[in-house]
Design a protein around this ligand. Structure first.
Ligand code: F6R
Ligand code: MG
Ligand code: MG
Length: 379
């Protein structure tokens, strides 16, 4: 029997500002999701929070893109939004872009990562959930988990992984996809996924049997809404052990922090800080971006967990490094490269500022500015 693991997430209002989620909003979302479990729409559900985002981790047997399961998540977020509105939470309902559910949450605002598989004798999975960044934040760790033998010893040692993996990559600008095999097409893969402003890894498959290994949410809220309505904080599902990277190999990339897009106003570069659940509250300059890792053992479709995997002193050093990186970047203030280049900013009221000033530009070759004796710019 095939089991489906669906992770659907949304920001339906922040407490305070964009930093966290209010307990009453969370309670309502959980209540609606649990009702779905009682009605048999889903087998099990676990609710996660990262920053101002809520994720429903659900198991069921209805396959990916199930309208019933998507509708349940939609209703949970919709009802949660009512509570958020009553409490005047910040940006209440910001990720619910459509007025009514129309069969699939894709394109309606919530982020979604799903996969279908036959449950193994033992099925460890990890759900990564990040706030104040975008789906391409997973490009680097997915490369390390599934294609870098310096990170994942199993690629060398374990015969079931030795053939490598296939990366399903999407061009976020055109919606076109390409599948690239590792290790033989590794350099081709890196041409694309190193360009994090444009290409995102959607999924990873084991080459020897095509088994799904990882699935990410790749929604771009900016394009869905025709304007920026919130950085598309991503989720990622990774299966671990017995033919997939070990739990420790999956977590290892996060021990060496790197820089991602997001942070304040979705317009800055910052380190992705791996944190325990209780510290997934980005407050410094609305950040730095956070990531949590929720581990589950799946037993007959039930989610045993979550285990808070970054709640480990072995990640303290990564957190310290992130704080150092954050200080270095903050020194740059509004200057690039801390601030993203204009085409990356997306979130923005900046065009309005530019519009106001556009007529004041003059060709530099022909005119030098002239000032009156009062210091005013002369026409
Ligand atoms: C970034 C984020 C926050 C907001 C910032 C301004 O993803 O959510 O950094 O961009 O707090 O928010 P507004 O424009 O809503 O006042
Ligand atoms: Mg928000
Ligand atoms: Mg968020």
């Amino acid at each position: 029997m095939k089991l489906t693991l669906s992770v659907i997430k949304a920001d339906i209002g922040g407490f305070v500002g964009h930093s966290s989620v209010h307990k009453d909003v969370l309670a309502k979302v959980r209540e609606v999701a649990e009702e779905g479990k009682d009605k048999g729409i889903i087998r099990d559900v676990s609710v996660l929070v990262c920053g101002d985002d809520i994720a429903l981790v659900m198991t069921h047997t209805k396959g990916v893109d199930s309208s019933e399961v998507h509708e349940l998540a939609w209703n949970a977020f919709k009802e949660g939004t009512e509570v958020a509105k009553k409490l005047k939470m910040y940006g209440a309902g910001q990720d619910l872009l459509a007025e009514a559910f129309s069969g699939n949450v894709k394109g309606m605002g919530p982020g979604i990562a799903e996969m279908e598989f036959v449950e193994r004798k033992s099925e460890p999975v990890i759900v990564f959930f990040a706030d104040k960044t975008s789906p391409s934040a997973w490009n680097l760790p997915l490369y390390e988990m599934f294609a870098d033998p310096m990170n994942t010893a199993g690629l060398v040692i374990d015969p079931s992984m030795h053939e490598g993996f296939i990366f399903d990559v999407m061009d976020a600008y055109t919606g076109m996809g390409i599948q690239l095999k590792t290790p033989e097409e590794l350099y081709d893969l890196l041409v694309f996924i190193g360009a994090t402003s444009r290409y995102v890894v959607r999924a990873v498959y084991r080459k020897s049997d095509g088994e799904i290994a990882a699935a990410a949410s790749t929604q771009k809220l900016s394009f869905m809404a025709g304007r920026y309505v919130g950085k598309d904080d991503p989720v990622l599902i990774v299966r671990a052990q017995s033919g997939f990277p070990a739990v420790g190999e999956v977590l290892e990339p996060f021990a060496r922090p790197w820089l991602v897009e997001g942070w304040m106003r979705g317009s800055h570069t910052g380190p992705l800080m791996p944190v325990a659940f209780k510290n997934a509250k980005p407050t410094r300059f609305d950040g730095p971006p956070r990531v949590i890792a929720a581990g589950y053992q799946i037993a007959d479709g039930y989610l045993i967990g979550p285990s808070d995997l970054f709640d480990d002193p072995a990640f303290d050093h990564a957190r310290e490094e992130c704080n150092k990186m954050a200080n270095i970047l903050r020194r740059q203030g509004i200057f690039e490269p801390h601030r993203l280049p204009p085409e990356e900013m997306e979130y923005t009221t900046l065009p309005k500022v530019l519009e106001k000033l556009k007529d004041r530009f003059k060709l530099v070759e022909t005119e030098r500015p002239k000032f009156s004796s009062e210091g005013e710019i002369a026409e």
